[in-house]
Design a protein around this ligand. Sequence first.
Ligand SMILES: O=P(O)(O)OC[C@@H](O)[C@@H](O)c1c[nH]c2ccccc12
Length: 270
Amino acid sequence: MEDPAELAPAVRSILSAARDRAAKGRTDRVDVDPRDLRAAFDRAEADGRVPVVAEVKPTSPTTGGTREDDPVALAEGMVAGGAAALSVLTEPEHFGGSVKVLDRIRSAVDVPVLRKDFVVAESQLDAVESDVVLLIARFVGDDLPDLLAGARDRGFRVLVEVHDREELAAALDAGATTVGVNNRDLAELVVDLGTFESVAPHVPDDVTLLAESGIGSPADVRRMRAAGADALLVGSAIMDGDVEANTRALTRAEADDEGDSTTDTTETPT
Ligand SMILES: O=P(O)(O)OC[C@@H](O)[C@@H](O)c1c[nH]c2ccccc12
């Protein structure tokens, strides 16, 4: 397990809040029938869209302000803008998230929904159904294989987040098939897209690979795709302003008819 002294104070506080919730949470075991994330990425590719997982993140320790709009409307805007999947923060104290909101969003859309939280104990998995859950290698340490098994037993697909080669090795050893490389260093909370570029070459081809955090422009999208990203996870750059237009700009980053956006279809991917 991570030495807490090496983490940013905000992250330490997030983890201790997560442990408190785990201790309190006693609910029935969930049984998920998951929407297929890989298939959603393939559908986006086939349709000429860059596979983007758009994140509903009302606030965060690294963003100023809180977005108060209806999160379901934001999520629907992201799907209309071409998002292949959604990520929904459910951490309440530092990200303004809620499991109820995730539930409402998942009922309102038909794309896969990732639950973004700081899961450190199996009981937290039963807080809400989602298609995919996040496990952060750095925070779960040696518990990764057990948590992965616990999540899969409940039907979840699992995204394992890493930020260096050592964590990647742990994720692959545990049997992760979907891996995200976080460009944000959780010790300093600074973003460096070079993180993905340094880890990606060591990821086997049959693993679904996501680039996470700090992707702000179509140029960043192309940079991460050139480095091997199957899909991108984008929060702030989509949440800041018109979410539908922001999502569309990123999902179209590889379209060669960028000057021709008026003929673009805005149909919702299914
Ligand atoms: O807002 P950004 O820089 O696009 O980042 C999104 C996402 O990657 C980030 O929110 C994130 C990555 N890993 C996390 C773990 C928990 C909470 C949040 C995150």
